[in-house]
Design a protein around this ligand. Sequence first.
Ligand SMILES: Nc1ncnc2c1ncn2[C@@H]1O[C@H](COP(=O)(O)OP(=O)(O)OP(=O)(O)O)[C@@H](O)[C@H]1O
Ligand SMILES: [Mg+2]
Length: 450
Amino acid sequence: KVLKMEEPQVQKFKLKENTELRIESEPNSKVTIQLDEGSAEVFGSELQLGNSVDVSGKSIAVYTWSECSVTVTGNPTMIYEASETPMASYLNVHEVLQQRRKAALAAGGCCRGPRVLLAGPTDSGKSSIGKMLINWAVRANWEPTYVDLDIGQNSITIPGCVAAVVADTQIDLELSFEPFLPLVFFYGNASSETNPQYYKKCVENLAAVLEKRCDISPEAAAAGYIINTMGFIEKLGYDLLKHAIVALKVDVVLVVNNDRLQAQFTTDFGVKSGSSSGAIPRPVMSSTEEPLPALSSPPTLVKLFKSGGVVERSTVLRRRTREDAVHRYFYGYKGELRPVLLSTAATQLSIFKIGSISKIPSAVLPIGAKAVVDPLALQPVAPGSMDLIQSVMAVSNATAADQVATSSVAGFVLVKEINTAKGMVSYTSPAPMTASSKYFVLGSIRSNID
Ligand SMILES: Nc1ncnc2c1ncn2[C@@H]1O[C@H](COP(=O)(O)OP(=O)(O)OP(=O)(O)O)[C@@H](O)[C@H]1O
Ligand SMILES: [Mg+2]
């Protein structure tokens, strides 16, 4: 029988132990999965028997360590079973992390648990492995901190941010990170190249807050961090990875699918086993920056293989994902939020851009001088500026202007209207309360949503 496209197909699968069912679908076609028997997980998150889960527009794998039966409803673009997966090696990493967590907790407050950074090229499965490591730890009753340094495809909040959350429940396929209160620093752009020094500062500021939490909570310290990064691994991208490793005091680096990156790290950090001198070179930084203290011992490097299931995403899809993330911030994952339009007198707002750019063309600057004159300088933005319309502004947690460049942010608003005659600025906010601060940070994140 020939099925019409709109007619949802119902397919049943019986999966053997250590195999996975890979499902890809388009955002506009509804695809759901349901576990009928046995046990299975999606990126480490357990499926509940009899619960239908929406996986529309996603590319996922239903993995079973034992056996299971699953029903797939809808018209996926691709669906197939795979028995060769790197899952056992990922679980091995988890087991080692568990031992380190237990050892750290047993040693008391002085000890830190594993701080794991995932590095690798774009579309190597970093974010998916990060989810698995978080979910497996949560299932074993730990509450690790999930850190996302990816400003392009941030899984915690909108693009342009570095952020962290305490993972106290499994990362649900549908809910993502919504239930948690995230710690967010707004860099303001989806590319780290615009002001790399400020990107580094955001990472350092995030690291400092997380470190304080570890100082007061031995459990948080022992549970450790799982750090997701961007697929930007060349030149500046590599420099930023090294910087993050030092800033967050990372002790395990998981390198996914890239021998060259692995070799670079080995050269720059030295290999953990072997020499006990512990002396590792500090990442090279330009002279304008204050150096970070070197790591007390080199991180352990672990090579991981990419899963054959990882799907490459086009730039168009990535852009769409970024736009969706802004939409989701204001409207909620399932459209459950009702954003409100608020108006404030322009005189009540202090809006800044961070980083001052030289007006002098770089060709006439002295050799080595950069176009960014002062990466942390505050540039006031006139609240009447029409450029603000459809711009996302971060609501700073700063209580004074001199804290704006180093403060985390409470949330975001989207500028909708500027009434110069009345001197009013109207903006959309996901919550019906006025912003908690008068300090706003403007980046280059714009959105055409209502
Ligand atoms: N085993 C799998 N089966 C099916 N799809 C998968 C599997 N593993 C990962 N994917 C999908 O492949 C895509 C890319 O994976 P992921 O986002 O983890 O890669 P990444 O390295 O983090 O990419 P980026 O560099 O863009 O951040 C995602 O849509 C993810 O859901
Ligand atoms: Mg990723």
